[in-house]
Design a protein around this ligand. Structure first.
Ligand code: ZN
Length: 358
């Protein structure tokens, strides 16, 4: 019987790596690093896989690609947008394969269906016809104003992004707090290929004088040219947002600046954090690693952390499980102690084993 091996990503916020194994073939779903730097999946005992499917370009899903030579240098499948967001990825051109953002392919004799996750441009979930069928959601969100979310079909087993545990707050409520924090000036630090365009459009709609760095400008331009990767309701907003002034040359502490990197660990956010003559204030909205500049800025009062949903709320996870009719649920990227209510609700459908029969 085919099996799912949860190599990493279960039991806490650890890098994504899930192996789908049948007698003939093995397909690896994501190969991440972090989010704490240097944390990689343990592939001990696995010397080859037939293919790797990448859900999206964030480091906790793709940061372990340098390990591919240890796995027999398999072909790597991802959407065009995912490849474009990681031009430096250590994958030879001959190994790169492009997936459509929705539709079906056949791989290693397995029917694979995919759809957009609403989490990153070109981010995909995968439905595999293996065994009694499996869905891997990668990271997903139904709340992104910009990025489309497509609900997946039914499946027996679902690996679901449960990063937020029991969090149930809506994005609209979070936006009120963010607007208040950003008024008067702040650097809102974002990851590459993440919430940048959403924040630009949401804060411009509330009349804030937003500026962007080169990367966020590039992402806005990319979405404007690839409108199938954006919700139709925001196509007009995107056409305006693409002309947002740039902060690279002209940044003042009174500006609302949306810039990479997410923990002031690279990019314009890092440069502005280090500019001591004009101390910029910071807002962080994602996972803050220990020993990061973001952690220090928060501790010294120059930064604050505010939530901004890019993962599903508890009610979204529960709805997904009901909609797919899943009998086995693997809650990924969460410490079970931070998801007591979610775990109680899903009850005996929860699987935390290393090997799960599909
Ligand atoms: Zn992600």
């Amino acid at each position: 019987m085919p099996e799912l091996i949860t190599l990493s990503g279960v039991g806490g916020k650890t890098p994504a790596a899930f192996l789908v194994k049948s007698q003939e073939h093995s397909i690896l779903l994501d190969i991440g690093e972090g989010p704490e730097p240097g944390v990689l999946p343990d592939f001990t005992g696995i010397d080859r896989v037939d293919a790797v499917l990448l859900s999206h370009a964030h480091v906790d899903h793709v940061g372990g690609l340098a390990l591919l030579p240890n796995l027999g240098n398999p072909e790597v499948y991802a959407s065009q947008a995912t490849w474009e967001l990681m031009p430096e990825a250590p994958v030879a051109d001959t190994q790169r394969r492009i997936l459509p953002v929705s539709g079906q392919i056949s791989l290693c004799g397995t029917q694979i269906t995919m759809g957009q996750t609403g989490h990153a441009p070109g981010g995909l979930w995968f439905h595999l016809g293996t065994g009694r069928s499996l869905i891997y959601m990668g990271d997903h969100s139904e709340e992104s104003p910009v990025l489309p979310y497509e609900a997946p079909p039914a499946a027996h087993t679902v690996i679901v992004d449960a990063s937020y545990g029991d969090r149930n707050t809506d994005l609209e409520t979070q936006l009120d707090a963010l607007e208040n924090a950003a008024k008067g000036g702040a650097v809102i630090a974002v990851p590459i290929g993440g919430r940048g365009p959403d924040l630009v459009i949401a804060l411009q709609a509330r009349g804030l004088p937003v500026k962007v760095d080169e990367q966020v400008a590039r992402e806005l331009a990319f979405l404007t040219k690839n409108l199938h990767l954006a919700n139709s309701q925001v196509h007009g907003d995107l056409a305006k947002a693409v002309n947002t002034p740039r902060a690279d040359q002209d940044a003042k502490p009174s500006d609302v600046i949306i810039a990479v990197g997410p923990n002031a660990d690279y990019g314009l956010a890092q440069s502005l954090a280090e500019a001591t003559d004009e101390p910029f204030r910071f807002v962080f909205t994602g996972f803050v690693p220990q020993n990061s500049p973001a952690k220090r800025l928060i501790e010294t009062g120059r930064g604050e952390w505010l939530p901004w949903n890019v993962h599903p709320r508890m009610k979204d996870v529960i709805k997904l499980v009901e909609q797919t009719g899943a009998k086995q649920v693997v809650p990924a990227f969460v410490d079970p102690n931070k998801a007591t209510h979610l775990f109680n609700t899903l009850g005996n459908r929860i699987c935390l084993d290393r090997a799960i029969k599909l």
